[in-house]
Design a protein around this ligand. Structure first.
Ligand code: GLU
Length: 378
C-alpha cells in the first residue's frame, strides 16, 4: 500500500515523550529535539500554529539530583517533587531551541474534566497563540495524585488537541509507527501506514508499556489517537529519533502511522462524556435494549437492565454493556444516569410506569436520556 500523505492542517499539537527529551536517562538532551524544533519552526514560518506537549520533567529532576537510571519505583511524593524540580529545567531546555517566547501551561485532569476550567485553559491557549507564543504543556505532576491525573502525556496531548481545536496531533515517539504485533517479539510484525478506525483489534495489537520514566507505551498512543480522531483530529505517530521523519512531515509526507479522523466526529459534549468524564459504574442490558439504543435512537429504560455494577450516584457517567454469551458482555455506550445504583437495583427489569410505584423520587421515566448517551463501536 502506498504511504498516505499528511492531511492538510492548520493547528497541530506536537507531543514529545521523555525517551526523546532525555534519552539514556541522563537528563535533557538536544539529540532528538533539534529536528523536532526545526519542524515546529518551519511550520510556524508557513503560518501554521503549534502547541507543544512535552514530557521530561521527572527525568530532568532525576538528572538534576545526579540520579542516573530510569525512574522505576518512584513513590507519588517523589515523582511530584522531581517534577517540580525538573519542570523549569525542561522549559529552559526547550526555550534555547526557539527564537520565540515559550509559555508554560501545566494542566491537571480536573482542568480537562470540569467545564469552567476547560474553558479557562482553552482561552489561555488561544490567547497565547494569538500572541504568537509557543505554548508548552505538561501535566501538573506536582499536584497530581493517582486518582486525579491523566497519567501519561499521550492522552494529555489528545485532550489538549481537543481543547485547542487542533486539526492534527503528532505523537513523536521512539518507534516508527504502529505494528500488528510487538516487533521485538514477533519477526512477522508488520508496520501499518494507515488506520481507518480504532477498533478492539487495534487495541489487541498493542500491549502495556514496559518503560520506566515515560509512562506511555503503544497502548496510550492508541488511546490518544482514539480521543483525537473521535473529535475529527487526524493523528500521526512518527519516530522522533529519526530526523528524516520530521523533515518528511514538514514536506507533507507521512512517514509513520496515520490514524484518520472519523467521518462524523462526536459533538464536544458527547466527546466530553465519552472521554473526559470518569466512569463511575456499569450496567448490563439485554439484546432488545441494546438494539433500541443502537438502531432506534432510543433512551435507556429500566426494563432492559439485567445487571448493575458499582456504587454510582444520580448524574454520574456509567458504561452500558450488552449481555453476551458465556457471561461475556461488551461495551456499547456511555451515558449520564438519572438514577443511582441503589435505586436502579429496585427498578431494573420493570416498566417505566412502575418507577414511581417503587421509588419515592422518580425524576424521569428513563434511566439514560438519549441526549445524555454516546454509542461506542466495539
Ligand atoms: N508528565 C511526565 C513528565 O513530564 C511524563 C508523563 C509521560 O511520560 O507520559 O515527566
Amino acid at each position: 500500500m502506498a504511504a498516505p500523505s499528511l492531511p492538510d492542517w492548520t493547528r497541530a499539537v506536537v507531543k514529545v515523550g521523555s525517551a526523546l527529551v532525555a534519552p539514556d536517562d541522563r537528563g535533557c538532551s538536544t539529540t532528538h529535539l533539534l529536528p523536532i524544533a526545526r519542524f515546529i519552526i518551519e511550520s510556524r514560518r508557513r503560518g501554521k500554529e503549534v502547541i507543544l506537549v512535552s514530557s521530561g520533567a521527572v527525568a530532568a529532576g532525576l538528572a538534576e539530583q545526579g540520579r542516573s537510571g530510569p525512574g522505576t519505583g518512584l513513590s507519588i511524593p517523589e515523582r511530584q517533587a522531581l517534577a517540580a524540580l525538573g519542570q523549569p529545567l525542561l522549559m529552559a531546555h526547550w526555550r534555547r531551541l526557539f527564537d520565540v517566547s515559550c509559555a508554560q501551561v501545566l494542566l491537571t485532569y480536573d482542568d480537562l474534566q470540569r467545564r469552567s476550567r476547560f474553558v479557562n485553559a482553552k482561552n489561555t491557549i488561544a490567547e497565547l497563540l494569538d500572541q504568537n507564543t509557543l505554548p508548552i504543556v505538561n501535566e501538573n505532576d506536582t499536584v497530581a495524585t493517582e486518582e486525579l491525573q491523566v497519567g501519561d502525556n499521550d492522552n494529555l496531548a489528545a485532550y489538549v488537541a481537543v481543547l485547542a481545536e487542533a486539526d492534527l496531533l503528532v505523537i513523536c515517539s521512539d518507534v516508527d509507527g504502529l505494528y500488528t504485533a510487538d516487533p521485538h517479539d514477533d519477526p512477522d510484525a508488520e508496520s501499518l501506514t494507515e488506520v481507518e478506525a480504532i477498533t478492539d483489534e487495534i487495541y489487541d495489537m498493542v500491549g502495556p508499556s514496559h518503560r520506566a520514566v515515560s509512562t506511555g507505551g503503544m497502548q496510550t498512543k492508541v488511546e490518544a489517537a482514539e480521543k483525537a480522531t473521535d473529535r475529527g483530529i487526524d493523528t500521526v505517530l512518527v519516530d522522533g529519533t529519526d530526523g528524516d521523519h520530521l523533515d518528511a512531515l514538514g514536506r507533507g509526507k507521512m512517514p509513520g502511522t496515520l490514524f484518520r479522523r472519523i467521518e462524523r466526529p462526536l459533538s464536544a459534549r458527547k466527546h466530553w462524556m465519552l472521554h473526559a468524564l470518569p466512569t463511575a459504574g456499569r450496567i448490563v442490558v439485554d439484546g432488545g435494549a441494546a438494539d433500541a439504543l443502537r438502531h432506534n435512537g432510543a433512551s435507556l429504560l429500566p426494563s432492559g437492565i439485567v445487571a448493575i455494577d458499582g456504587s454510582f450516584a444520580r448524574g454520574d457517567a456509567i458504561e452500558v454493556e450488552v449481555e453476551g454469551h458465556d457471561d461475556e458482555s461488551s461495551r456499547i455506550a456511555k451515558g449520564i444516569t438519572q438514577y443511582g445504583a441503589d435505586d436502579l437495583r429496585h427498578i431494573q427489569g420493570r416498566q417505566s410506569h412502575a418507577i414511581a410505584e417503587v421509588l419515592d423520587d422518580a425524576p424521569a421515566d428513563y434511566v439514560i436520556h438519549r441526549d445524555d448517551l454516546v454509542l461506542v463501536e466495539g
